[in-house]
Write a protein of this length. Structure first.
Length: 292
DNA sequence: GGCCAGGCGCGTA
DNA sequence: TACGCGCATGGC
């Protein structure tokens, strides 16, 4: 039994859709239970509910709730961000389709590890892998009554102490040596994740791709979802397909052309715009793959 | 049963 | 710079 009481709080926030935010493929450990979302932020279990412009939260011994405000990015004005997107038909449709979708500010190591696991995996499978890693190597946390067991995400040091076979047993497949290598590099102090936030985007990216299993795409996911670099623009198969179909329908652009376009067209919050396109393509119109 | 998945690393042209 | 391939595994 938890020794400290469950506490609760309410936030009033406009233009925030918790369900889309948790389901859009940026974070992988949120679970819907009844009308609530349950998850773990750092070493805290949290239960969140939303009713229109009110988000209520429950957690144990939260002290203050700044950690949650920061994670949810409650002080960000979504209206101001969306106003910077290009006003073309596809972006307008994506914004309409993903109404209230926000970018979270995740813990860097968990985000990095999750996306190392993401290579050629669907979102549901990434959820499965991160759940297995947490339950086998993380620490159990106190949870609210009636909730499923919850675990902290294992530290890099804990993963570094595991064997490749143990990671493969978490269904990581060929990603296991990548995650192990990255965890051991961090545990050995080759890169300090806590210092990347101070660097320019290009330098932070260059540091991350030194890690095994981390290329430009995964680095950009981490830079966007954990550090909030607004111009980090992950290009995965969905985004590449979207850019080709929507913006280069009559020719097959070279990768360098796609890259240049993505860096200039979408404005100062291009990473945000990218996530709107990503979720829009995956959940509305992108189900046929013949034109890829 | 075949295709695809929030790729990376490496070899080759 | 661009392309192809192997890598594990499960959903659809």
């Amino acid at each position: 039994m938890p020794s400290s009481p469950l506490e609760s709080v309410e936030f009033v926030v406009k233009h925030y859709n918790l369900a889309v935010t948790f389901a859009c493929g940026q974070a992988f450990r949120w679970r819907q239970s009844g009308g609530a979302w349950e998850g773990v932020i750092g070493s805290r279990w949290v239960r969140l509910r939303q009713e229109e412009d009110c988000i209520s939260a429950e957690s144990f011994a939260p002290a203050d709730w700044l950690w949650l405000r920061h994670y949810l990015q409650l002080d960000v004005s979504l209206e101001e961000i969306v106003a910077t997107f290009p006003q073309d038909p596809a972006m307008l449709a994506a914004v309409s389709h993903c109404c209230g979708m926000r970018l979270l500010r995740q813990e860097p190591w968990e985000c990095l590890a999750s996306f190392i696991c993401s290579s050629t995996k669907q979102v549901v499978q990434i959820q499965q892998m991160t759940a297995l890693l947490s339950s086998r190597f993380g620490d159990p946390l106190p949870v609210g009554e009636g909730s499923a067991a919850a675990f902290s995400f294992p530290t890099a040091a804990r993963i570094a102490a595991a064997t490749e076979a143990e990671l493969r047993a978490c269904k990581l497949g060929f990603r296991a040596p990548y995650l192990l290598g990255a965890a051991r590099a961090l545990d050995a102090g080759k890169i300090d994740l806590s210092r990347l936030a101070e660097l320019p985007l290009d330098e932070a990216r260059a540091m991350l791709i030194e890690l095994p299993g981390v290329g430009v795409k995964i680095a950009d996911c981490v830079l966007l979802f954990a550090y909030g670099f607004q111009r980090a623009f992950p290009v995965d198969v969905w985004i590449r397909r979207a850019l080709r179909e929507i913006y280069f329908p009559k020719r097959r652009p070279k990768p360098a052309r796609i890259l240049k376009f993505s860096q200039s067209y979408f404005g100062p919050h291009s990473g945000y715009a990218q996530q709107y396109l990503f979720h829009y393509m995956r959940t509305s119109r992108g189900r046929s793959r013949r034109s890829a």
